[in-house]
Design a protein around this ligand. Sequence first.
Ligand code: DCP
Ligand code: MG
Length: 398
Amino acid sequence: MRRWIMHVDMDAFYASVEQRDNPEYRGRLVIVGGLSSRGVVATASYEARKLGVHSAMSIVKAKELCPDGIYLRPRFAVYHAISEQVHEIMHRYTPYIEPLSLDEAFLDVTGLHGRFTGPYALGKAIKEEIWEATGLVASVGVAPNKYLAKLASDIKKPNGLVVVPYGKEAEFVAPLPVKRLWGVGKQMTKRLQEAGFYKIGQLAALPDERALKSIAGNQAKRLYDMARGIDERPVEYERQVHSIGNELTYEEDLIDPQLIDQEWYFFAHKVAKRLRQQNLKGRTIAIKVRFNDFETLSRQKRTEVPTDNEETLYRVGMMLYNKLNINKPIRLLGLTVSDFAGALGQTSLFEEETFQEDLARAMDGLEAKFGEGIVMKGALWQRATQQKREEENHNETF
Ligand code: DCP
Ligand code: MG
């Protein structure tokens, strides 16, 4: 099957968000960046770019070029939240996503465009979904490889949608200047130009890469391939976490029901915290119990609402455990949550859970600031001093 790669990149990302949230800034010269005298431009709206303002330029220089601009500080939390929203949309298409930055990602969409009339329709669909969900415009490139997909998303910005068809790879890159070769910076551009290479097509016309050895050394082959539109790099997707759990092997077997109860509370706390850290909520709660004769039992329950709440994990874990009617010494206990729904946009049905969530997040915040164990619910106090060997499992299966 032919490989198809998509590159998605939001247009003037920070500036577009500010224009979206402040309609009076739309169509105007918006510059987002550090506002001190030593600050630099993070990005500028396309209106301001026409005057020469660009990312990484000093704010002082930007103010010379654009004295009437609207200068704003970045609101990172907002950009992060939007980035997650866009990520969630991309996940509806494929799990093979390689994020490059907050506003940019590669997707391996091989086989997917069969669900549409072709790669162009696929690109259009994702652009529209992003627009509908966020009110922001993404430029999209779809091509046989990463290099071409990135070029394609860039070449018609803003609001671009470009497909590079199979068979047109070399033709697409030929007229572009050599600095558009991936990884070719100022130095290499200069060296290539000194050797008479200005357009990518001139490199592609060489019989092989040998002539490039003296200019580009061990990069020669890579440049020669790219110049012909060839790039075999795979999309390096993030392996998805499918379950989060903690288990513990005890040095001394557990018998005392009160201690066991305390252990379940501890697991619920640990696992809930890790879920919140990763912005995940799970539906399936599972326990594992191993006896001193190594017999091992596991039980699980699917809850109605996905959760990252420790009280819920504790209640369900205990309920599953109590049903086992155990009468042997225990060597290992474990609790795992799986079957995730992203925590984004998942609001609790019950006020009590909302309160618990707020409380849990506040406690996570304090722990992050002052260290593990600074705040602890009563049930966790007792076990805090006991030395245990703990094993976290963080299953990264795909
Ligand atoms: N950014 C930054 N400093 C830089 C470059 C970028 O802080 N030197 C931030 C601000 C951008 C965001 O990252 O909004 C995304 O970077 P892009 O390079 O994708 O630039 P834009 O999205 O702003 O514009 P474009 O339409 O060219 O993608
Ligand atoms: Mg961008």
